[in-house]
Design a protein around this ligand. Structure first.
Ligand code: MLT
Length: 407
C-alpha cells in the first residue's frame, strides 16, 4: 500500500497566494465589469531592463548556432554570472564572498523552501511571525512541526514581530537551531540595523545555530547605513546562508533567476557533534536535484551588473519606490498607522479590523487586491500588506479608490 507523507495533512488548505488568487478570480466572475487593481502578491509589472533583454536576445541567438550552442551548464551557474555577483553584490560592500560560494538557481522561493532538507528532522526551528509562508510550510512538510492549533504549529518557536519591537523580533528565550530572518522584511517592510543583525550572528555563534537570511528585497534599501547582506557582519560566514533574487530588483519574476550563498566555512553539526561543511552538502544536493538555470537567463542576469544594467535596475527600483512613497503618504493622510515602504516595496498597515474582512472590503468596495496580514501568521491579524509593484497610474487610481472608501 502506498502511503502519503502525513505531515502534508497538517498544512492549511492552500498556499496563501493561491488562496487569494482564487478569491480574486471568483470576485471577477461575479463582477465581470469591475476593474481590479492588484497590489497583493509582490509581482513586478514593468518589462525587463534593456541591458538584460539585449543580453537575453544575444544568448538566444548563440543557442541557434552549433558553434556557440550550450547544452547542460554547470549546476551551480556559469562562472561569468557567479563572478559578477561576488564582485558587485558582496566584495564591493566589503563582504568577502567568492564566486565558488554562489549557487545560481531558478528562485529564492525554491531555495528557501529546499534548504531545510540539509537539517535534521528534529532541528528546532525559529521563524518570525508574520512570515513568508514558504519557510513555515516547508518545515511542516518535512515533519518539523506538530499539529496546527490556535493559529500556530506546535514545535515551532515563533518570533513575534509587532509594533512593540518595531517589527524586528527579539532573540529567542529558548535555544533554537535554525533561524529564518528576512530583511527588508516580507511582509512588514521593516528593516534591521547592523547592530541588531550582529546580535543575531552572535546568538548563532554562541548557540551553534544557523541563520537563513533572505535578502531578496535588499535593492530597495535607500538608507545606506542598513546592511544589504548578512556577510557585512563579522563572523557571519560561519553561521549564515543568504538568499538573493533577480525577481524584484530586475523584474525576473517570470524569467526566473536567483542565487544562494553558502560560504565555504559555513557549518552545522552531525549527531555526534562533529562539524560538517554546509557548502559541500548544498553542492551535493544542488548537483543531484538541479540542472542549472538556462544559459540565456544567466546572460540576462549578468547584464544586471553592466554599467547600463546597474542604472536601469536603479531606475526600476526607483519607479516602484515612488509608488511606495505615494502609498505611504495616502495611508498616513487617512490616519492609519503603518510600517515599511521606506526601504522596501511593502507597506504593512494596521487596519483596526480582521485582516480578511479588510481584504474583502477593499476588494468589494475599491476593487483593490491587497494581502491580508493574518495569512502571514497570528501576529499579522489586524494588518494588511499593500505592495508597490504596479504602474504608478494604477497605484494612484487604487489610492484614490481606497481614499473614497476609507476617507
Ligand atoms: C510576496 O508577495 O510575498 C512574494 O511575491 C512572494 C514570492 O516572492 O514568492
Amino acid at each position: 500500500m502506498i502511503t502519503i507523507n502525513e505531515h502534508y495533512l497538517k498544512l492549511q488548505a492552500s498556499y496563501l497566494f493561491s488562496d487569494i488568487a482564487q478569491r480574486v478570480v471568483s470576485f471577477q466572475e461575479k463582477n465581470p465589469d469591475r476593474e481590479i487593481i492588484r497590489l497583493g502578491i509582490g509581482d513586478v509589472t514593468k518589462g525587463l531592463p534593456k541591458a538584460c533583454i539585449e543580453a537575453f536576445h544575444r544568448a538566444v541567438d548563440e543557442m541557434a548556432e552549433d558553434g556557440s550552442f550550450r547544452g547542460y551548464g554547470p549546476e551551480q551557474g556559469y562562472a561569468f554570472l557567479r563572478e559578477a555577483i561576488a564582485e558587485n553584490d558582496f566584495r564591493s560592500r566589503g563582504a568577502d564572498i567568492t564566486a565558488e560560494e554562489i549557487f545560481v538557481s531558478d528562485g529564492a522561493k525554491c531555495d528557501t523552501g529546499n534548504i531545510q532538507e540539509l537539517f535534521s528532522s528534529d532541528a528546532k526551528v525559529a521563524l518570525p511571525d508574520p512570515v513568508y509562508p514558504v519557510y513555515l510550510d516547508t518545515n511542516v512538510m518535512a515533519g518539523r512541526t506538530k499539529e496546527f492549533e490556535g493559529g500556530r504549529y506546535g514545535g515551532i518557536v515563533y518570533l513575534d514581530s509587532t509594533k512593540e519591537n518595531n517589527f524586528v523580533p527579539d532573540l529567542p528565550s529558548e535555544q533554537v537551531d535554525l533561524i529564518y530572518l528576512c530583511f527588508p522584511n516580507n511582509p512588514t517592510g521593516s528593516t534591521i540595523s547592523k547592530a541588531q543583525l550582529k546580535q543575531w550572528v552572535e546568538y548563532a555563534r554562541d548557540n551553534k545555530a544557523l541563520i537563513l537570511f533572505d535578502a531578496a528585497y535588499e535593492a530597495f534599501i535607500r538608507d545606506d547605513s542598513l546592511p544589504k547582506s548578512i556577510y557585512e557582519i563579522d563572523g557571519a560566514k560561519e553561521v549564515a546562508i543568504e538568499f538573493r533574487s533577480f525577481s524584484k530588483n530586475a523584474g525576473f519574476t517570470g524569467t526566473r533567476c536567483a542565487y544562494t550563498v553558502v560560504p565555504k566555512e559555513c557549518r552545522a553539526y552531525d549527531s555526534q557533534g562533529n562539524r560538517q561543511d554546509l557548502h559541500f552538502l548544498w553542492n551535493r544536493r544542488h548537483c543531484t536535484k538541479f540542472n542549472g538555470v538556462s544559459y540565456p537567463v544567466q546572460r540576462a542576469a549578468e547584464a544586471v551588473y553592466s554599467q547600463d544594467g546597474k542604472k536601469q535596475v536603479r531606475d526600476l527600483v526607483g519607479y516602484y519606490m515612488r509608488n511606495a512613497d505615494l502609498i505611504r503618504k495616502e495611508i498616513a493622510a487617512l490616519g492609519y498607522s503603518y510600517v515599511g515602504g521606506e526601504n522596501s516595496p511593502y507597506i504593512w498597515i494596521e487596519g483596526g479590523q480582521d485582516s480578511w474582512q479588510f481584504f474583502d472590503m477593499l476588494l468589494d468596495k475599491a476593487g483593490v487586491v491587497c494581502t491580508p496580514g493574518a495569512g502571514f501568521g497570528k501576529c499579522g491579524q489586524g494588518y494588511i500588506r499593500i505592495s508597490a509593484f504596479n504602474s504608478y497610474e494604477n497605484v494612484q487610481k487604487a489610492m484614490e479608490r481606497i481614499r473614497a472608501v476609507l476617507g
